[in-house]
Design a protein around this ligand. Sequence first.
Ligand code: ADP
Ligand code: MG
Length: 238
Amino acid sequence: MSGIDLTDVVKRFGALTVIDKVNLKVGEGEFVVFVGPSGCGKSTLLRMIAGLEEISDGELQIGGRRMNETPPAERGIAMVFQSYALYPHMSVERNLGFALETARLGAGEIKERVSKVARFLKIEHLLHRRPAQLSGGQQQRVAIGRALVRSQKLFLFDEPLSNLDADLRMEMRVEIARIHRELKATTVYVTHDQLEAMTLADRIVVLKDGRIAQVGTPMELYERPASKFVASFIGAPR
Ligand code: ADP
Ligand code: MG
């Protein structure tokens, strides 16, 4: 049970309203992408779903249960950020398993889960390296691996590929699509890359000034953008 339901969700920072009554349902297993200009509220909305920002008003449900007050660790969510935030002094293996150590799993179980994820992401040969000995793409695989290892049903990505060069970005885009196909986890993915949005999304949410400008499948937005604004992100040139 990992569908997301946002009802009239508001976020204020002091006098500033940065998310203004957003209503959105993300279906179980759906891949939804948030796009919009810098500062429109993409990260804030994602962080509210994750529990890293308090919700000022409105309701968040995950799997049909109200989550407004639920601590992040109890929301069944794995989040991948733009900066990989790997622990530099730990091996890849330990980076992958660390969240499980704090969840008090046994060493055997941790090793088993870590090697399964490492196989899945094709990073088995890197398990004994430190993050500094990895390429950007490899580091990003480890960051995704850390999310996978906890076998959550809901993934949140905040511009996970924006630090990578174009080739690696394409490779990782294919990889993320594969992960979603195989795990069918509900996914919310923030990007400013139109190609990423078009190729990964079941539905795209275009945000403007903390409000939803349009929601639809990539084809719907591409062929029938509701405004010039939406067209400038996704639509066919005209
Ligand atoms: P995006 O991810 O779309 O670039 P953000 O969600 O990061 O946008 O930011 C949305 C708005 O909220 C911006 O105007 C930003 O300056 C503001 N904002 C974000 N975090 C804070 C904060 N902790 N305190 C005050 N304002 C914030
Ligand atoms: Mg952001």
